[in-house]
Design a protein around this ligand. Sequence first.
Ligand code: B12
Ligand code: SF4
Length: 461
Amino acid sequence: MKVLLVSPNVESLPDPVFPIGVAYIAAALKRNRISYRVLDLCFVSDYEAAIESAVSTFTPDIIALSLRNVDNVSYPKYVSYLAFYRQVVHTIRKYSRGIIVIGGSGFALLPAAILNYLNADYGILGEGEFSLIKFINELKQNKDSIGKLKSQVINYRPGIIENLDTIPCPDRAEFDNVAYLKQGGMGNIQTKRGCPFKCIYCTYPVIEGKKVRLRSPELICDEIEVILDCGVDNLFVVDNEFNYPMEHAQAVCREIIKRKLPIKWSCYANPGFVTPKLIDLMLKAGCTGLEFGSDAANAIMLENMGKNFTVDDLERASEICRQSGINFCHSLLLGGPGETMETVNQTLEAILNMSPTAAICMIGIRIFPQTKLALMAREEEMIGSDEDFLKPVFYISPAVKNKILPFIKTFSKKHPTWIFPGLNINIDARLQKKLRRFGIKGPLWEHMKIGERSFGVTSKF
Ligand code: B12
Ligand code: SF4
C-alpha cells in the first residue's frame, strides 16, 4: 500500500505555516512501514504539474489530503479555500485511480459538508497517527467492509491517543523546512493537545478534544534538537495555550534551558496563568513573544465569551510581560453576543492602556457547528436549521453591526501597531514577503514597533 500525503494549504498570511500535522502522520506511516511520499503545495507555482508528477511517478494507492483551513475566518474580507481544495481533488482524479481520503482540523469542523463538496472518497475524523493507520489496515484486511463506508465520514474521535509520548515525533525529512523558515519566519512544535476551557465560539476542543494530553519535556527537546539540525532556529508552539497547565510549561522551559538549546520561539498564551516566574523561565528558554487569546477587555464581554479570566488578569499579565521586556500581543474578537459600542470602546481603551507590543483584532466571529455560539446564533435566527456553514457566517451583535466597521477604520489610522486581518489593515501579502526577505524571524507582530522605524513603514505593516 503506497500513500501520497498532500498538504494543499497555500495560504501565505499571516505566514506560510509548516504542515506539522502531515509531518506527524508521515512519522506514523514510517513507523508502520507503510510506503509514503509528501506533496506540499505551499511553495509550488504550477499545482497541476506538481500533482501530475507526484501521482504518476509514485502511483499511490491512497492520496491523503490534510485540510488545515476552511477559510480565513476574517470579516468582511473573507477568503474560502474550499474551491481550491475541490480543484486539487479534481486534478488528482484526472491523473490517478487512487483512493482519495481527507482529514485535518478544517475537515473536522464541517466533515459531512466538506466531504460532499469536495467529492473525495472518504473523510476521516481524528488524529491521523491513529485514524489513517487504522483506515489503511482495515482497507488491507477487508476492502469490502471499508467500501461500504465510501462517501461517509469515518469517526475515530479526537483525543484517542491518550499518551502522546507513544507516537513518533513529526518526520520533517520530506519537507522544505528552510523555505518555511525563510518565507514564514519559523517552524513549529507541539507540547500538548486538548483544551478544557469553554469559550463559546471555540473549535479547538472539537478538533483536539477537551482533555489535556501532555508530551514529555525530554521528547519535546529531542525534537527541537532535530529541528535545529534541519537549520530551523525559530518556532511557534502550536498548542492552544502554551502556559496551561503552568507546571508543564515551566518543565518544558527548564529542559530547554538545561540543554542550552539555541532556539527562539513564541506561543499562544492564556492571561489567567501568567506569573513573573513563568515569564522569566520562558525568556531564559528563548521565548520572544506571547499571543494572548484575550478576545475582550471588558467584564461583560469576557463573561459572555465564556473566558476563564478577568480584566484584572489581563492587566496583571500585561504588566508582568512589560516589566520583563518580553513581547506580548492581545488577540481580540469584537462583535460577540452582547457587544455594544460602549463595550467595544471599553475594550479598546483598556487594551491601549496595557501597552501591548501589538494587538490583532477580528471583527465578527466565524460561526462553526458544535459550538455554543452556533446555538445562540440559531436562537437569534442569524442562521437557519439547514445552514451548512460552508460559506462563512459571522456572528456580529446587532447593536454594533452597522457601526463597527467605520469606527474601526478610523481607530486603525491612529494605531499603527494594531492589525485588522479582516480589513487588510497593517497586514498584506506583499508586505509579509518584503519583511521576510529582510530575514525577520518570528511572528511579524513582534516587530511592529521596529518595523515602523527600520522599514519606513508608518501606518502600514
Ligand atoms: C497554531 C495555529 C496557528 C498559528 C500557526 C503557527 C505555525 N507556524 O505553525 C498561526 C497563528 C500562524 C495560525 C494562522 C492561521 N490559522 Co490557525 N491554528 C493554529 C492551531 C491552534 C493549531 C494548528 C496545529 O498546528 N495543530 C497541530 C497539528 C499536529 O494538528 P493538525 O494539523 O490538526 O493535524 C492532526 C489532525 O488534524 C489529523 N490530520 C491532519 N491531516 C490529516 C489528514 C488525514 C487524511 C487524516 C485522516 C487526519 C489528518 O492528524 C494530525 C496529527 O494528529 C489551530 C487550532 C487547532 N487546535 O487545531 C488553528 C487553526 C488551524 N487555524 C485556523 C485558521 C483559520 C488560521 C488562519 C487562516 C487565521 C488567519 N486569518 O490568519 C491562519 C492561516 C495560516 C496559514 N498559512 O495556513 C483554523 C482553521 C479552520 C478554519 N476555521 O478554517 C483553526 C482550526 C482554528 C480555528 N479558528 O478554528 N494558526
Ligand atoms: S479560546 Fe483558547 S482557552 Fe478558550 S476554548 Fe479555545 S483554546 Fe481553549
